[in-house]
Design a binder for this molecule. Structure first.
Ligand code: GLC
Ligand code: CA
Length: 590
């Protein structure tokens, strides 16, 4: 009796101490380790990746046929841009049926085969969750607009607007749309305005309605139960609208995304989504944080809040052009770019995981924007940019074709473009006489999202091997004979082979994932030199210029063992003064 009492109390004490010390997962440099923090993500824009049936449109079987290529590249996660049934007004970001595949992309069986193939190739899949808005052909909106008493009326945001004494109608407020014009459209059937931050065909959902939220969660479960590994969440900070939706002030009109983003209920919705859906799966989430400042990052991703895993902050990617209003491409400087990454290191704490990216389906090609896409400099500058993205802190995101150093397309006339943003802006800027067609088109050529959407360049056969047809949905870049995967495969000095080596190095080096970051020389106009330290120290040096640079490291520091240079034959080691070729980047182990 006595003995068993002791046993029992010892047992209780042991159990108690176990409960008190539930072994917290071992932190690495203060960070909670997660598979998605260690992953390299590769974005596939399905329409442009690979066409399997010759109709000129990329499709799901096309992606499945390229899984060996992606596995060999070394990426761990594929982010698939929208693959859902859609009238395709905005590249599929206008969803008609969330549980159906875009007919041109294939069938649900093709999706299941793609997902199974991705798993067999030891990769994971995240899909695009576009739930700030739907297509106007979505059955919810078809119902909603049919009458003021329809049960789906409150799925969207309807308001009567203003009526002048002479009967003239004006919108409820002065909100501009991302794609020019008012964000409100008067619907004749019920004589009320509906809100659309994007095109008139993309009505915004009313997240204040709990039924909307429950329907979104059920769509999420539908895909998660198939085995996907998470979501990229389209314009997620926009789902909670500003209280009362008053007019934007003159100041706010300078940056509407910031005024629209991070509304009063955002945290509540994200937490509910996390509690009801995400927390039940081992998934990765990344929010497209339009309008969100660096300081606001913590209010979306802090891991103690149980909301999102990470977000895309656009400060670096948008250094050269705004994401709102008439397009313009401005100059940029290396110190300005470094200042952005330095501020991330300073502002974000160990609970706020970051992303690193300079490209996606909405930006021009990275080498044409931040590198030098001339024939002499393209290869080394593309390699340098990938070096930076894969060695900075945060989960790196590459966009299809970056690994080949694909460039902007030589767009000339309006008919060359597909993007609805270009067409709408043309109406607003050129047809109203604000800008000449020639200067508008010249800027668009450098800036348009279509630059990212020209077909992947697989080989030197007609249409770059993207399609066996003769009419790809968007023209293939005429430089495909020089820039394509087949030819880069054979060339040991190609961007492709370099990026493979780089991804391997990153994947085996936790210092590039969780290590501390230090910018050694924030002011230098040509050289970006930084260290990543996690016990071991790595030094990365990048010459962001098209001329050779002799550079002496600060504080008597020496570059020790050369691990990798993007210039074949480069071998300086154990030196403090480096002789860098144009756009050379090097990684040293210290
Ligand atoms: C996001 C998408 C973009 C789309 C917009 C509206 O910014 O990345 O392609 O046009 O949302 O859905
Ligand atoms: Ca096809």
């Amino acid at each position: 009796m006595f003995c068993s009492k002791i046993v029992r109390s010892v047992l209780a004490a042991v159990l108690l101490s176990c409960a008190a010390a539930v072994p917290a997962q071992k932190l690495i440099n203060g960070y909670e380790p997660k598979w998605w923090k260690e992953a390299v993500v590769y974005q596939v824009y399905p329409r442009s990746f690979k066409d399997s049936n010759g109709d000129g449109i990329g499709d799901l079987p096309g992606i499945t046929s390229k899984l060996n290529y992606l596995q060999k590249l070394g990426v761990n996660v594929i982010w698939l841009s929208p693959h859902f049934d859609s009238p395709n007004v905005d590249g599929g970001y206008d969803i008609r049926d969330y549980r159906k595949i875009m007919a041109e992309f294939g069938t649900m069986a093709d999706f299941d085969r793609l997902l199974a193939g991705i798993k067999q190739h030891h990769m994971r899949l995240i899909i695009d969750l576009v739930v700030n808005h739907t297509s106007d052909e979505n059955k919810w909106f078809v119902e909603s607009r049919s009458s003021k008493t329809n049960p789906y009326r409150d799925f969207y945001i309807w308001l009567p607007g203003h009526t002048a004494p002479d009967g003239t109608r004006t919108p409820p407020n002065n909100y501009p749309s991302y794609f020019s014009g008012s964000a409100w459209t008067l619907d004749p059937k019920t004589n009320e305005y509906y809100l659309h931050y994007f095109t008139v065909h993309q009505p915004d959902l009313n997240w204040e309605n709990p039924k909307v939220r429950q329907d979104v969660y059920s769509i999420m479960r539908f895909w998660l139960d198939k085995g996907i590994d998470g979501f990229r969440m389209d314009v997620i900070p926009l789902i909670s609208k500003p209280t009362g939706m008053p007019d934007l002030t003159a100041e706010q009109l300078k940056d509407p995304p910031n005024a629209y983003a991070n509304g009063p209920h955002l945290a509540e919705y994200l937490r509910e989504m996390n509690r009801e859906v995400l927390s039940k799966y081992n998934v990765m989430t990344v929010g497209e944080a339009t309008g969100t400042s660096l300081a606001q990052t913590g209010s979306l991703v802090d891991d103690r809040r149980h909301e999102l895993g990470m977000i895309f902050n656009f400060d670096a990617a948008l250094l050269r052009h705004p994401d709102f209003g008439p397009p313009q491409l401005g100059p940029w400087s290396l110190p300005a770019l470094k200042a952005i990454y330095d501020s991330h290191a300073l502002v974000l704490n160990k609970h706020e995981w970051d992303t690193v990216f300079l490209s996606n389906h909405d930006s021009p090609r990275v080498v044409s924007t931040f590198g030098d896409d001339s024939p002499e400099m393209r290869v080394s500058s593309a390699k340098l940019l990938e070096t930076m993205i894969l060695t900075l802190r945060g989960t790196p995101f590459l966009y299809e074709g970056d690994e080949l150093g694909m460039t902007n397309y030589p767009f000339k006339k309006l008919a060359d473009f597909e993007d609805v943003a270009v067409k709408n802006n043309y109406k607003a800027e050129v047809e109203t006489g604000k800008t000449s067609a020639a200067s508008f088109l010249a800027v668009q050529a450098q800036f348009t999202r279509d630059n990212a959407r020209t077909p992947m360049q697989w080989d030197s056969s007609p249409q770059a091997g993207f399609t066996t047809g003769t009419h790809p949905w968007l023209a293939v870049n005429p430089n495909y004979k020089q820039i394509n995967a087949a030819q880069e495969e054979k060339d040991p000095a190609s961007v492709l082979n370099y990026v493979r080596t780089l991804i391997k190095l990153r994947s085996h080096t936790l210092a590039f994932v969780y290590g501390d970051y230090q910018d050694l020389d924030p002011k230098d106009e040509k050289i970006y030199a930084y260290t990543r330290t996690l016990g071991e120290k790595y030094l990365v040096i990048e010459n962001f210029s098209s001329s050779p640079v002799t550079y002496t490291l600060p504080d008597g520091l020496k570059a020790a063992t050369l691990l990798l240079s993007d210039i074949p034959g480069s071998r300086e080691a154990n030196v403090s003064t480096l002789h860098l070729a144009p756009w050379e980047s090097r990684i040293y182990k210290q």
